[in-house]
Write a protein that binds this ligand. Sequence first.
Ligand code: NDP
Ligand code: MG
Length: 389
Amino acid sequence: MSNGIGKKRIAVFGSTGSIGRQALEVIDANPSIFSVEVLTAQSSDDLLIRQALHFKPNIVVIGDEKKYGVVRDALRAEPIKVFAGETALEEVAAMDVYDMMLAAIVGFAGLRPTLRAIENGKAVALANKETLVVAGDIVMQKALEHKAPIIPVDSEHSAIFQCLVGETRSRIEKIILTASGGPFLGKKPNFLVNVKRDHALQHPNWNMGAKITIDSATLMNKGLEMIEAKWLFGLQPDQVQVVIHPQSIIHSMIMFEDGSIKSQMGLPDMKLPIQYAMGFPRRLPSAFPRYDFRKPNTLTFEEPDVKTFRNLTLATEALHKGGNLPCVLNAANEIAVFAFLRNRIGFLDMTDLVERTMQELPFIERPTISEYFESDGEARDFAASLIKL
Ligand code: NDP
Ligand code: MG
């Protein structure tokens, strides 16, 4: 797991994003434990260059090939290899220069490099939930074959993972994923129809990338997380429950077969699950702010309003039916969120777009990996064609 000087070598895929930047903060605070071997970005060349000059990785990759020259020139004086393009991401993931990939690319784009890391037998700290939503069966099977541990970074799944430590012989009755409810908790369609991009981008508890922030506002994020949980923990669909917990202090819970419930708690700060995944099996000390039970606190729980936030219903359908349906849901959702962020469609249109795409695309019960890629492409094309009308 480590190089000659005993550090865990981390490849941060998506280093310029919200998760990537926080992972680098964790690494900076633990220089004797982690080293940065790979940094990747899509188009944020300035930040990638600054990160590279600070962390001196072995390799950087810029997805956008037009930016290759800028990055290469800026790092010319350094012993850092610079690559560009989508295939370079996969090639680097297949190299033997790191111990753990932090998979923090957003969306379907994260799937191929993550698959490569798994085939390479590397540990994966998985933030990119879309990887499991799209092709969870194949990803988990490959992880088993190649003995590649997948350690969740998503806070809910990290909570479940932490609650499972020491429970090797226990049977899970169900898991309870907590959801903050996002900025529009309690709102109804007559309000949501007028919601604009900037309002939807303001999340009450978490500061995240644009895509997941919109997914949180529509509750699609929780839908994706239900599917992610099914694969990560080998659950049946009806063992996954969602409850609204607006304070985001309980990050999720397991109810075991004896009725006992374990939860993992803490102030909402993604650095904690990131650090736990990177440090696993060690729990590392941190200076993150602590939750204080002596202060007046109220922790509340309620059922999600699935009539208003229909994305949860669509994701539940995909969770139960399986096959290529979660992949189709994810692709249509990526197109919908992209269009909403560009003010091309309204807030409620996002759900309609996903629903119509799920109805339109042919169902495949046991897709191969290439069929997943095809379903993704076809669902994107269909969803995009609805926007042009
Ligand atoms: P961001 O949008 O903040 O960052 C995404 C990262 O991926 C950036 O480094 C970006 O580069 C890169 N990227 C974007 N598109 C591509 C592409 N097509 N090919 C290669 N790289 C690309 O996202 P987040 O950090 O918020 O989220 C990352 C993942 O983690 C998502 O899957 C999300 O669901 C998950 N997650 C995030 C949480 C959070 O708190 N943010 C919580 C739980 C899960 P560039 O900067 O150049 O665009
Ligand atoms: Mg989450």
